[in-house]
Design a protein around this ligand. Sequence first.
Ligand SMILES: [Zn+2]
Length: 675
Amino acid sequence: MPYDHAIGKLRRFGLVACFCAGAFAQPVIFQQPLSPRIANYDIDVKLDAEKKMLHGNETLKWFNKSGGTITELQFHLYLNAFRNHKSTFMKESGGVSRGNKIDKDGWGFIEANKIALASGEDLTGSMEFIQPDDGNPDDKTVFRLPLPQPLKPNDSIIVHIDFTGKLPQPPFARTGAKKEYFFVGQWFPKIGVYIDGKWNCHQFHANSEFFADYGVYNVRMTVPEKNILGATGLQVEVKNNGDGTATHFYHAEDVHDFAWTTSPEFVEFKDKTQDVDIRVLMQPDHAYQGPRHVEAAKAAVEYFQNWYGDYPFPNLTVVDPRRGAGGSGGMEYPTLITAGTAYGLPEGIRGVELVIIHEFGHNFWYHLLASNEFEESWMDEGINTYTEIQIVNDKYGPVGDMINWLGIKINGLQLHRGQYIFYSDLDPILRNAWGFYSGTSYGVNSYAKPGVVLTTLQNYLGKEKVQQVMRTYVERWRFKHPKSRDFFNVVDEVAGEDLAWFFDQAFFSNAVLDYSVDRVFTREIKKAEGYDFTLSVAKPDSGMTNGKSQSNDSVDANAKSKMYESGVNVRRLGTFKFPVEMVATFDNGEKVREKWDGQELWKKFTYLKPSKLVSATVDPDFKIPLDLNYTNNSKAVKGSSLGVNKLSVRWLFWLQFLLDQPEFMNLLSAVNSIF
Ligand SMILES: [Zn+2]
């Protein structure tokens, strides 16, 4: 929305719009900076819509808040991932990203044409491409810039860079052009993060997202005058240049990236919820779904603010990619996200809602928290998958929250579990993004598995407690680049419990969790024979556990009613140890619930009762979605039906049905690839 219309959030901060004097003249959104504002950009870029080129110049003002003296800078040139087939991205991906293949004529690139300091000193000749991750000399996605003078702690430096970029066609790996539609992401020379005494500036990999410092962005984008434009931040002004072009000036504070989109065809929808203005840019053929997108965006904002904390920005823009430009769909940038839909998508298939809730979630985990996605991808995608599972279930569940269509009911948790169970042990969750066994393993360990792990943790600690964890985590760590240990420490603190045993198994090992009911039996105690045969018998309502009677009663087996000895053997089949519950069901309807710490390889439960054991189920309430194999969780005594576990049976039926459908598997991989 126009800058001066974004009053809701601004009023909260007592905004007085002002344009300060100086090289970084800019409006003000927040009265106080919310972030350290280390990397600040003024960028002027002109789009050549015919040639799909960007001609830009940027002025970076970078503050050395590291505490050390710095002798060089390092920059990302992400668009060079698409330069040719020799880049590390292309070698790793085989030219396929998120389900899209790079077009043989669709390559993109970026050149830093001139680099100079504020003094005018030209440093262009001293830039040097480096490949810190794999040494691939043909990869030109990172360069270093030795400084003529060391940069002392708390000093700042201004660097001017003239650059030319070419966008991939159609959009590939989040960025590019399709006819008159442009989605421009990872598009400008971007400084790395100086952290822990060194530059953290990884190459662009097939399986990795991003890491950057916060700052203030002033970006002027010149595009055809007929075009509508959306971007990170707030629109300050639009100026018609009288030559068929218009320049859109956007301003953003306390963001760590900037993306924009433009097209003459967008159909615009606007709304507002809580204190956030929502703008949705739809393609004409999807325009009828505009209200659906708006509603999903409102739900996302409301849930996140109600459950996890303040979204401190005044607006959110949602972009619907053009047909054939799916490579730019399902992506997150500060205050700007892309969704993705299809004409005729039924209301009961909540793809639009899922993708918008998911991508908005990134405005917390990727944007507000800004962890290093190169090295700890789960901290964004995994936490985001967990929050998506919770929100979608609360909003559209409890059953069929993801798909509720033609009698098919599937929950998001089931979909994520469906991915996890097939690739459960290829890697631990914590690895460099490019260090996983495969792209699939990266996907499962960054999204589905941590989503399932955190849902298991929620069931263990309780929903309220984990929401408190999330709120504490957001409040304490926003704008600070937390690491995994920081998250674990917050969990321990809020839970009041050292959960290292859980985190070590779930995040640092590939241990799989699988408990099963291995054996059940029940048999009538025959009339006693021999000498002085007495039995210790449990009261029907207390049962026997651990083979020891909990009852003081002693009853002769020859007493009037029949007696049955029953047993349940539970086994731990995986190396992941986790406390489990087991319910034994008897033919008089009695259910005996047991707890086991799950540490040993097996546990036997025996009972002596006047009723027969019918069946036994481990994890009867499905509290442990991490359990790899639900099919071995229940067992019925021969001749009895497994009536206790209808939910499980129904679930497995549908899972089996779906896994047999090629369309579903395609959907699953598309869902996996889109986020
Ligand atoms: Zn995502």
